[in-house]
Design a protein around this ligand. Structure first.
Ligand SMILES: Nc1nc2c(ncn2[C@@H]2O[C@H](COP(=O)(O)OP(=O)(O)OP(=O)(O)O)[C@@H](O)[C@H]2O)c(=O)[nH]1
Ligand code: SF4
Ligand SMILES: [Mg+2]
Length: 395
């Protein structure tokens, strides 16, 4: 906990009238007597800041402040200081003496939690009424002995809400094609619908890329390879063709050279795992010898097209194009071998069903074990001699 510098922590400020019990609560939350507590109004004259671990949220900085209700000149100065402190706060705990306030109308421009303190001083009916009137508030009594856990839970909840937009922003950045082409571009997706295609739907990466194009205001057309030529003839301008990698050679012949062409697997490889590592990995195909072991990582087993690529197409391609007979070892889902020493190379599917963190961990392990790794799409493009075309759009 002491490791995280104050500047990196979310700041929580305790704000409220003098004598409302801010310092008492501050000490209580810290589990230490840091701030002086007394029944003299204006005991706290300067803001005090202290690091604390708010479980289960993590490291935060807690701030005690000078009370707000002091009318004297000195009081006004203190109030200015408190208001300055608020600039640094991410979350405000607005502490009210339950006996002195009925309800609060104060407005903060930041997320704030209203905390009624000293509730044991109220009679039962008044407290019930207060709770009814302030359903969003937290109620503490007996110097924070009652209600402290509820307050902490609420603090965690509010801080998590603050973190949520950051997560959203991160997602925003993770686009498939939004960074490759400008808005209004025209994209053609080629998806074979053969016996291996899932019944009644498209596979996840195809749907995600389709959606990504729409999110980035692109015009998108989906077709099978059999209608591709017609589609290209009809469209005035095509900025990118994205195809299923298993029919890449055929599509490569249909799509005029001036139109950029890549595959779903290539886009997936760029998004998950280390694309540069995959591109470097294929060059090691040239070093393979008869009998070498190749590790094949499949994210799932229910995609028969991808299973077919892994178990039939890739071994045949390796044999035909490189003239070597390698041994292929398959690992599915979250399965991953403990001992990597026998493998000369690794091939991975697009891993669309596996979370990014997990894929990154695998890539790191392969790198550490000095095992070159590539992915299906990159490997197929390389073995068919069309890798340059498929990666042109990323340059
Ligand atoms: N009955 C009761 N008294 C409390 C409670 N919490 C704090 N007090 C008392 O209220 C008085 C003020 O407490 P402080 O914690 O110093 O209040 P403060 O808001 O920090 O006050 P200033 O620093 O002057 O702004 C002290 O006498 C405390 O003992 C409580 O839950 N119940
Ligand atoms: S996890 Fe792998 S095998 Fe499964 S659908 Fe995605 S790319 Fe294909
Ligand atoms: Mg105080």
């Amino acid at each position: 906990m002491e490791q995280t510098p104050i500047s990196m922590r979310k700041h929580i400020a305790l704000v409220g009238d003098t004598n409302s019990g801010k310092s008492t609560l501050f000490n209580r939350l810290l589990g230490q007597d840091i701030s002086i507590v007394s029944d003299v109004s204006g005991t706290t004259t300067d803001s005090v800041i202290k690091a604390m671990e708010l479980i289960p949220y993590g490291p935060v900085a807690l701030m005690d402040t000078a009370g707000l209700s002091d009318e004297s000149e000195l009081g006004k100065q203190r109030m200015d200081k408190t208001l300055k402190t608020l600039d640094r706060a991410d979350l405000i705990l607005y502490i009210l003496d339950a006996a002195a306030h009925e309800a609060s109308a104060i407005y903060f421009s930041k997320p704030a939690v209203i905390v009624f303190n000293k509730c044991e001083l109220l009679d039962e009916d008044t407290l019930l009424w207060l709770k009814k009137e302030n359903q969003n508030a937290v109620f503490l009594s007996n110097f924070g002995n009652d209600g402290l856990e509820a307050l902490k839970a609420r603090m965690v909840e509010e801080l998590k809400k603050l973190d949520a937009p950051v997560e959203e922003e991160k997602k925003e950045e993770e686009t498939w094609v939004g960074d490759l082409l400008p808005e209004k571009s025209t994209v053609v997706l080629v998806t074979p619908i053969d016996s291996a295609a899932p019944k009644g739907r498209l596979i996840l990466p195809q749907v995600q890329i389709l959606r990504d194009c729409l999110d980035h205001n692109m015009k998108v057309m989906v077709t099978k390879e059999t209608e591709l030529k017609e589609v290209l003839d009809e469209l005035k301008k095509v900025d990118l063709v994205i195809t299923d990698s298993q029919i890449f050679p055929m599509v490569d012949e249909i799509v005029p050279k001036e139109i950029p062409l890549t595959s779903f697997s290539m886009l997936l490889a760029r998004k998950k795992g280390d694309f540069a590592q995959y591109l470097e990995g294929v060059s090691h195909f040239a070093n393979l010898k008869d009998g070498d072991a190749i590790l094949v990582l499949e994210g799932c087993t229910h995609n028969t097209t991808h299973e077919d690529i892994a178990r039939r197409k890739l071994p045949v391609l390796v044999h035909n194009k490189l003239g070597v007979g390698c041994r292929f070892f398959y690992f599915s889902g979250y399965d991953f071998p403990d001992d990597l020493s026998e493998y000369k190379m690794a091939l991975s599917c697009g891993m669309c069903m596996i979370n990014k963190q997990e894929v990154e961990t695998r890539m790191k392990r392969l790198k550490e074990a000095n095992i070159p790794v590539s992915n299906y799409g990159v490997a197929i493009a390389y073995l068919n001699g069309i890798l340059d075309r498929a990666t042109e759009i990323f340059k």
